[in-house]
Design a protein around this ligand. Structure first.
Ligand SMILES: NC(=O)c1ccc[n+]([C@@H]2O[C@H](COP(=O)([O-])OP(=O)(O)OC[C@H]3O[C@@H](n4cnc5c(N)ncnc54)[C@H](O)[C@@H]3O)[C@@H](O)[C@H]2O)c1
Length: 353
């Protein structure tokens, strides 16, 4: 078998401090004969020196475009807009299979270059369960920001922090006025994270999952002070909230956090807003009287970059060691080809079948 060459790229988004492989796991990959090149990155939470000390090669930020053709480019979030044709295999979150804005353009770039997207969201076992995910920390942060906003203690811009500091802020807020919180998608990874953060803040969450939303009780939803949406939608369902619900005079809901962030997708269960919020302005007022604030940040785990990267990397490591032989990567590649077919994108003869 040819040696696996992984190329860990710099993340284009300036607030993205996470990495899919931490230096301790880089050392394990190298020990197993994987060649790992790591790009310089000013914002990555782990310095380049730690990777170099682990036996990795180093390269300038963005140099993946000229990486050897068989290198597998590893990253997390969006690729820069250039080059127009993508020739490599890329392991990352593409957010391109649910009709999201820009999805077709990204897949066309892969088709144009003969490259392939191995989307981490679709790296699953034989039962369809995700093998590496940031969900727990997304939910934890989403609920933590909700508590801080609800209690008037959220300051902007947001800055990455560590778990101890975050938990201390939640506990400081615990003595404030009590409120009720609903977590939807509570049985999943982010739902469990959201529940854990609310626990830390001294708030006992109402927990709903599929069984409780099948026949949705919107008045009960609106009777909570805060709501954290953590569902992973795979088929369209009636929206949890509609514009008219926000104007319901009986609405108690004041803080709405959408961890799922499916805005723009046909699967969106919260079609009451049209754009996400961000670290500079984490909350946006949707209604004035009574107030309703939205938090919809699509890179929440990056606010706890060390903890979330370490957990993710530990889950990804065995999959990377099985690259080229495991059925999970085959499923990932098949899903990419399927997505291209569904959009009528002609891949011609793909280099990576
Ligand atoms: N904002 C961010 O930074 C961020 C980061 C990571 C993940 N996410 C997103 O968070 C979402 C959840 O991810 P996860 O890892 O927790 O997924 P998961 O599969 O672990 O859990 C999803 C849960 O949602 C439930 N669910 C699905 N449809 C439902 C419905 N109609 N009603 C009630 N419950 C329903 C499922 O039963 C499951 O328990 C995903 O959309 C993911 O893309 C966001």
């Amino acid at each position: 078998m040819t040696e696996l060459h992984l190329w860990l790229r710099h993340e284009a988004r300036t607030t993205e401090r996470r990495t899919p492989v931490v230096p301790a796991d880089a050392r394990r990959l190298v020990a197993h004969g994987v060649r790992l090149t790591v790009e310089e990155s000013p914002q990555r939470i782990f310095p380049l020196e730690e990777y170099a000390a682990a036996g990795c090669g180093t390269a300038p930020a963005g140099s993946w475009v000229t990486a050897p053709p068989d290198a597998v480019v590893l990253g997390l979030k969006e690729l820069p807009g250039e080059p127009p044709a993508l020739t490599h295999r890329h392991i990352s979150f593409g957010h391109a299979y649910k009709g999201q804005p820009g999805a077709a353009d990204l897949l066309r770039r892969f088709a144009a270059g003969g490259g392939a997207l191995l989307d981490l969201e679709y790296l699953v076992d034989e039962h369809g369960r995700r093998l590496a995910a940031f969900g727990f920390w997304a939910g934890y942060l989403g609920a933590a920001l909700t508590v801080l906003r609800h209690r008037g203690r959220l300051t902007a811009p947001l800055r990455p922090t560590g778990r101890e500091e975050l938990d201390a802020a939640l506990q400081r807020a615990a003595g404030d006025e009590e409120f009720t919180a609903l977590v939807i998608g509570a049985l999943g990874r982010s739902g469990r994270g959201a529940t854990a953060a609310l626990d830390t803040a001294g708030v006992t969450a109402t927990r709903w999952d599929l069984a409780e939303t099948r026949d949705l009780d919107r008045p009960a939803l609106l009777a909570h002070d805060a709501m954290v949406n953590c569902v992973l939608a795979t088929a369209p369902v009636p929206p949890f909230l509609r514009e008219t619900d926000l104007d319901d005079p009986a609405r108690r809901l004041r803080t709405l956090c959408d961890v799922t962030c499916d805005v723009g997708s046909p699967l969106n269960v919260l079609p009451v807003y049209d754009r996400t919020t961000d670290w500079a302005a984490p909350a946006r007022r949707l209604r004035e009287d009574p107030p309703l604030d939205l938090i919809a940040i699509d890179n929440l785990p990056s606010l706890l970059p060390r903890e979330s990267s370490t957990d993710f990397s530990a889950a990804l490591l065995p999959e990377l060691l099985g690259f080229g032989t495991s059925a999970a990567w085959r499923r990932c590649l098949d899903r990419f080809h399927q997505a291209c077919r569904e959009l009528g994108i002609d891949e011609g003869r793909s280099r990576h079948d």
